[in-house]
Write a protein that binds this ligand. Structure first.
Ligand code: SF4
Length: 324
């Protein structure tokens, strides 16, 4: 079994139990992304790629930590040597920071609204980045919405201004308004991620009540003009009721716009806790579709500098986990 197939199977499972030496610097406890609010997760890596797995003592996947980050993964009769990567902030090699935890919106798949509302101050965030600056390649900023989309943008922009002094590529992922792309570009950040989340407008209306799908698409199109093809990303969640042909249409629309899709397997949480994670077979099928459409659009996720396409922990990423 090659890495791509193994990672698909690990993403289908989504969890691992950690045995052996303690987790310490190898455990990420996050307030954003899959596993938000859980007991933490680890990043297991080989020369072929990286996968993030949520810690669960009942998991069928075992990662035995042998100390110093050396680790062995066992699953379904298979054994694979690798390493646990130390986490900088949220993920390896990045300061990926959630500015506002908690959210006024109620996207049905999301755990963030259930996380107690809180907001880091600009001083706190600057200190957090300073503490890891020597061992990161990127700063990535995301946020829930504390009061309004507009107020959140102001707050995030003030923080990003403070972070420019580090001279490290910055990526930002927030819910966009009409001028968000311009404002972030004017600051000098490297990349943006605005999430379409669902394959269709109808599904978005059901899953993300109160948010505007068209606004996301306008922001994506404008962002490609400003940041360049391949430096604009968008999460598309798999496993919330969409058909493969709808997924393909959405990926085609993103790629032809110059946006790199981040194909995110559903982590059943929030109101969708009873949903099943997508199967490895489906993830591999959609990987094939994504690779083909990226190639046709001359997009390569390996060009990314920040956020999820640079991390790759939660997704199958063409070019990084297997052939583009
Ligand atoms: S792929 Fe994105 S959400 Fe997942 S661990 Fe990496 S940075 Fe976080």
């Amino acid at each position: 079994m090659d890495w791509l197939e193994l990672k698909a199977r690990l993403l289908e499972t989504g969890t691992a139990r950690l045995t052996g030496a303690g987790g310490g610097p190898y455990i990420s406890a996050s307030t954003a992304g899959p596993g938000a609010g859980s007991g933490g997760s680890v990043f297991f890596s080989t020369g072929s790629g990286r996968v993030r797995l949520t810690l669960d003592p009942e998991s069928p996947v075992e990662i035995e930590h042998r100390g110093g980050g050396r680790a062995v993964l066992r699953y379904d009769g298979m054994t694979l040597g690798g390493v646990l990567e130390p986490v900088a902030l949220h993920c390896p090699r990045q300061a990926y920071i959630t500015v506002t935890s908690g959210c006024i919106y109620r996207c049905r798949y999301c755990e963030v609204p259930a996380v107690a509302a809180g907001r880091k101050t600009p001083d706190q965030i600057e200190e957090m980045v300073a503490a890891v600056a020597a061992r990161i390649d990127a700063i990535s900023i995301t946020s829930g919405v504390l009061a309004s989309v507009e107020e959140e943008e102001e707050y995030v922009i003030a923080i990003v201004r403070r972070l420019l002094r580090f001279g490290i590529p910055i990526g930002v992922s927030i819910f966009p308004g009409e001028a968000t792309a311009e404002r972030l570009h004017d600051l000098g950040i490297a990349e943006v991620k605005f999430n379409v989340e669902t394959a269709t407008r109808d599904l978005f209306a059901v899953m993300c009540p109160g948010l505007d799908w068209d606004m996301v698409w306008r922001a994506l199109r404008r962002s490609v003009d400003l940041f360049g093809r391949g430096h604009v990303f968008s999460n598309l969640i798999i496993g919330i009721g969409e058909q493969d042909r709808e997924v393909e249409e959405c990926i085609r629309a993103l790629c032809s716009t110059g946006v790199v899709p981040v194909i995110r397997p559903l982590n059943p949480a929030g109101e969708l806790r009873s949903y099943a994670r997508p199967t490895a077979g489906r993830l591999l099928r959609i990987y094939g579709i994504t690779s083909r459409l990226l190639r046709e659009a001359a997009l390569d996720p390996r060009d990314s500098l920040t956020m999820c396409p640079a991390c790759t922990g939660c997704d199958l990423v063409p070019g990084r986990d297997g052939p583009l």
